[in-house]
Write a protein that binds this ligand. Structure first.
Ligand code: FMN
Length: 332
């Protein structure tokens, strides 16, 4: 049976082009974030709580918002009101940037999937730090953990990637409960090369050195397109550098039958992504946050059974709406 979002909201949003629908949704949630009666309405959708502790943080439930939906961190109170157990904003880059030319998000309704080649369009670390400071100063900071996902600016050469990440890290760490290093988006040329052991070591060492006396948990987000050998090498480097968690996975480039450039997310990514969660769990003790193709309680359960401690939603929300959270929590 279809839920209220699928019956009434999705047809309206899907009558618009995908990026327009996205901007409209974010604009409404941004407004709602500053309007108490609207937050009360959103709270009526909240799932039951099922607390979980991970890297010293308390999560009211294990379902998080995946990076990319609120790249600029404009709607934190609304996400918390909807009942997310944690919220990851970003990807934020050191420099503000417009991203790739439009159109750059495509729906594939038959496959319950999206393809995007946004390319880290975002307001940049300075503007986002200011926005987060204002939110905190106005007493609107959410009560759930907030992760900040950072990536490399497009115009920064790969050789200077560490400095570029460091800039965002310094600007944003005070606002973050954890920091995610995104080294796996397929839409910034060369970014995925940061998954190579030497480059990853350099990045983790650079950030680790900067972390100070009260370091924030550092999480690495990886691609689903890694070979077994590549994954093994990444895990060794992450363990050597005391990484707190791994997000598995980002979008995939493995979609030869679909004639559109970009990263594929949603249902077709589900099993590939789960297989990676299982493999990480078998090889390492680093906790895993699972992301990829979670559309219902069954696909969420699959991630936990594969060893995930927390999960994150993106494409499932676009297709199933915020009631998905309650559906998962009630049927897990
Ligand atoms: C339109 C779109 C934009 C995204 N932007 C980002 C991003 O900026 N940073 C990031 O780490 N992941 C980004 N992702 C990846 C998601 O966070 C998630 O890891 C991936 O889509 C797999 O989960 P899903 O199948 O539930 O969508 C994006 C995904 C989509 C569909």
């Amino acid at each position: 049976m279809k839920n209220g979002y699928e019956l009434f909201v999705r047809p309206l949003l899907f009558s618009l082009d995908a990026e327009t629908a996205h901007h409209l949704t974010i604009a409404l949630l941004q407004r709602a974030s500053h309007f108490d009666p609207a937050l009360r309405v959103l709270r009526s959708l909240q799932p039951s709580s099922k607390p979980k502790a991970l890297f010293g943080l308390n999560f009211p439930n294990p379902i998080g918002l995946a990076a990319g939906l609120d790249k600029n961190g404009v709607a934190l109170p609304a996400w918390a009101a909807l009942g997310f157990g944690f919220i990851e904003i970003g990807t934020v880059t050191a420099k503000a940037q417009p991203g790739n030319p439009k159109p750059r998000i495509f729906r594939l309704p038959e496959q319950q999937a999206l393809i995007n080649r946004l390319g880290f369009n975002n307001d940049g670390a300075d503007a986002i730090a200011q926005r987060l400071a204002a939110l905190r100063d106005n007493g609107l900071w959410p009560a759930v953990p907030v992760g900040i996902n950072i990536g490399k600016s497009r115009t920064t050469p790969l050789e200077q990637a560490t400095d570029d990440y460091l800039y965002s890290f310094r600007m944003l760490r005070d606002f973050a409960d954890y920091i995610t290093l995104n080294i796996s988006s397929p839409n910034t040329p060369g970014l995925r090369e940061l998954q190579e052991p030497e480059r990853l070591s350099e990045l983790l060492y650079g950030i680790g050195k900067e972390a100070g006396t009260a370091p924030k948990p550092l999480v690495v987000k990886i691609s689903p397109d890694l070979s077994g050998t590549e994954l093994k090498a990444i895990l060794v480097v992450c363990e050597e550098n005391g990484v707190s968690g791994i997000i598995a996975t980002n979008t995939t480039l493995d979609h030869s039958s679909i004639d559109q450039t970009g990263g594929l997310s949603g249902a077709p990514l589900r099993h590939k992504s789960t297989a990676l969660v299982r493999e990480i769990n078998a090889r390492s003790t680093i906790p895993v946050i699972a992301s990829g193709g979670i559309f219902d309680a069954e696909s969420a359960r699959e991630k936990f059974q594969a060893g995930a401690v927390l999960i994150q939603l993106y494409t499932g929300l676009v297709y199933r709406g915020p009631q998905l959270l309650r559906e998962i929590m009630e049927r897990l």
